[in-house]
Write a protein that binds this ligand. Sequence first.
Ligand code: GLN
Length: 554
Amino acid sequence: MADQKTKYIFITGGVVSALGKGIACASLGVLLKKRGLSVNIIKLDPYLNIDPGTMNPFQHGEVYVLDDGSETDLDLGHYERFLNQSMTKDNNLTAGQVYHTIITRERRGDYLGATVQVIPHVTEEIKNSIKRLETINGKVDVMICEIGGTVGDIESLPFLEAIRQMGLEGEPNDSLYIHLTLVPYVDSAGELKTKPTQHSVKALREIGIQPNILLCRTSKTLDESMRKKIGLFCSVPSKNVIEAIDASTIYDVPLKFEGHGLSNLVLDHLGLSAPEPDLQEWENLVTNIKNPTRRVKIAICGKYVYLKDAYKSIIEAFIHAGAENDARVDLVWVSSEDIKQDGAAKFMADVDGLLIPGGFGERGVEGKIESIRYIRENKIPFLGICLGMHCATIEYARNVCGLEDAHSYEFYRDLKHSVIHLMADQENITELGGTMRLGAYPATVDKDSFTYKAYGETEISERHRHRYEFNNEYREMFIEAGLKLVAVSPDKKLVEIIEVPNHPWFVAVQFHPELKSRPIAAHPLFRDFVAATVEYKKSQQDKKQSETPKKPVA
Ligand code: GLN
C-alpha cells in the first residue's frame, strides 16, 4: 500500500471511563496489521501534566516506560503488546506538552502580534503532533488516535475539536470515528439499556462529530433489535453497531471484534482493500491462556495491591509466561504492611513463588524484606524487580552478611550501611519530572546464572526507572557471602542483576522486565520464573506423597 495516503481512525469513549478504550484501539490495530496494513497508534491525554511520571499510581496506574526513556500512559503497554511493535515518546501526547510548546513559543515571540487561543493555536498544535508522528516514526497506512477521557469532560474539548477538524481536511473516507460506549444491564428491569449510549452520542454530535461505528461494551449479547434501536437513535447503520461483550481475557477481544466483522467495516469505510486477516497465532494464544493444564500460585507483595492497574504490565507478563508454560498463574496479592504485622509465614507458606515489584517510599519495605527472607530460606522461587532488588540486597546484607542496620539511602540518609545508594549522576538533580535513570540500557550477563539460562545470551537490553542502585563498596562483601552479581552495565559500574545460588530460582533485577514481555514472546525471566514455580509445586507434591504412610497390603 506504499503510496496511499494515511487514513485516520479516531476512537473516543463515552458514558464512563475504564471501558477499555486502549484495548479496543490495540485490538483494532492487531486486526488491521494482520490484514497486511501498517499501523501506528497515538494516545492523546487531556491532563496538564507533561507526562504521568510524577503522578501517584492511585491517580494514574502504572507509568509505562519506553526504550527511549519516556514515561507514558499504560495504554502504550497495550499497544506494544498487541501490535508487537515498539513505541516512542511521540506516541503519547498530553495537553501539558501541547501547552508547554505553545507557551515556550509565545515567550520566544513566535506569535508576535497575535492573541494565542485554544482555536486555532492549541488545535493546530494537536493536529500537527498527530501528523508529525508519521514523519518521525515512518509513514503508515492507518493511524489510530485514542482520545483519553470521556466525552463530556471539559478538558478533552480541544482534542475533540482538533479531530473534528482533521475529519474535514481530507475526503470523507480518509477518516473514521469510532465511539466506545456502555450498554448496561439493569438487574431490576432485567434488560440492557441504551439511553446512556444515546446521550453520549448526542454529546459527541453537539460538538460536531458523528460517529461512524459504535463499539458497545456490554455484559449480555446485543440482539438485532437492540442494535437497530441504538443505530436509529444515534444515526449509525445498525450493522455498524458492534457488540463488545466482556471477555475472560483481553487477548480474546480482537477475535471477538472480528467475529462481528469489525475490520471489514473499517476497511469499507476507509476505501481500503486488504487480504483477510490471519489470526491463527492469536487463536493459539487465546486457547493456551484459557485451557492450561497446570496451575501455580505466585504472591505479589507490594504497596498498591488494592489497585491492580499499578501493576498492569506485571499481570500481563504473567499471562504471557503462563501461556508458554501451560500453566495458569493465580496471583496472590499481599500487602507488604500486613506482613510486617503478621509475619511472612502466614502469607508465604502455601505459595509457589514470590514477586516483589518496583516501588517508591519506605512504607511496607520491612514487610517485603521479611517475605524475601522467608522465600530465600525456604527455597521458594523469587523474582525481584527494581525496589524488589533493593529489598533483596538489604535482606542478604542483614541476614547473611550480618549488617543489621543495612538499608537503602532512599529511605534513611544517615546510615552506617547504605547497601543501596543514590546513583552518582543523580546527586545534583533538583527537578523530579523525567530525571530518573530512564529507558533501555545494555548489560552483560555471566554465563553461569539462572539469567543466562533464561535469555540464552550474554548481551541484553532492558528498560529502567530508578534513582538508587547497588552500592559498589559492598561488592566484595556480598560476593564473599555467596551472592552472585550476574549482570553489570558495559562499563561494569552498575550492578544490574543479583542471584542467590543453591536455590531453585532466585533472581533480582534493577530494571523492569515486565515492560518488554509480549503475548507472543513472554519475557525470558518471567517465563523461567513461572517454570521454576511449576517445578517447585511439583517437588512439594512429590514430597508430600512420599511422606504419606503407605497402606499395608491386606
Ligand atoms: N525507588 C527506587 C529508586 O528510585 C526503585 C524504583 C523502582 O522500583 N522503579 O531507585
